[in-house]
Design a protein around this ligand. Structure first.
Ligand code: ADP
Length: 229
């Protein structure tokens, strides 16, 4: 896609759970995120953050509106194509890391390259490079159980990066970390942003939200934007 095509483009996107009674978890909203932007999405529990994340991450379809991801109209896609688009264009980072405990750091990262048809040696090299990018080349063969929380989240970030996604979608990425470790993970996200990565970070923590260039607030299903502090 050209550099001017937005990475994320929501037009009138909303979601109402059918119920009964029906619950409008996200009211129709517009949002445009361009290449290289760092956007944080903040709101209290129950405000609609997960609903927003699930739509942005192509895990759920909106009930109204259109969503273009990297120029692709996602509403028009059959399920298999949506899944492939998600695998190629979105790197997920979750609060609880979601690593396979009996696979090494490198193997966990390799698992994110299911859509990559290159030879295993090339994929292995890419996995090692991704681990080096997050400062973990020396722990490439370690099992997640032998890694600290901060190291586990770095492996998860390497896994999210290795397929060269259009956007890194992080759900409470520091929620399971102590303050010092959280800061080092946030510093890594800052670095990735400086290197040109597009980031969307969902959080209830105002300190994490303040790291973004732009902050979007969700309250009672209403998305609004204010300038970052
Ligand atoms: P958050 O992630 O900010 O805690 P959610 O997106 O999970 O908020 O929820 C937003 C609203 O939608 C809440 O009122 C919640 O109870 C409601 N909700 C979430 N999932 C469902 C569902 N499957 N069916 C009905 N209502 C739901």
């Amino acid at each position: 896609m050209s550099a001017t095509t937005p990475v994320v483009e929501f037009r009138g996107i909303g979601l109402t759970y059918p119920g009964p009674p029906p619950v409008t978890a996200l009211r129709p909203c517009d949002l445009t995120i361009r290449h290289g932007e760092y956007v944080t999405v903040v709101g209290p529990s129950g405000s609609g953050k997960s609903t927003f994340l699930n739509i942005a991450g192509l895990l759920d379809a909106p009930t109204v509106g259109s969503y273009h991801l990297d120029g692709v109209d996602t509403g028009a896609l059959p399920d298999a194509d949506r899944t492939a688009l998600r695998g190629r264009r979105i790197g997920f980072v979750f609060q609880s890391f979601h690593l396979l405990p009996h696979r090494s750091a490198t193997e966990n990262v390799l698992l994110a390259m299911v859509y990559n048809t290159k030879a295993r040696a090339d994929r292995q090299k890419r996995a090692r490079e991704a681990l080096a990018r997050v400062g973990l080349d020396h722990r490439a063969d370690a099992l997640p159980t032998r890694l600290s929380g901060g190291e586990r989240q770095r492996v998860a970030i390497a896994r999210a990066l290795v397929a060269r996604p259009a956007v890194l979608l992080c759900d409470e990425p520091t929620g399971n970390l102590d303050t010092a470790t959280a800061e080092s993970v946030l510093a890594l996200l800052d670095e990735l942003h400086r290197d040109g990565m597009t980031l969307m970070v969902i959080t209830h923590d105002p300190l994490v939200a303040a790291r973004g260039q732009r902050t979007v607030t969700i309250r009672d299903g209403v998305l609004s934007e204010r300038a970052a502090a």
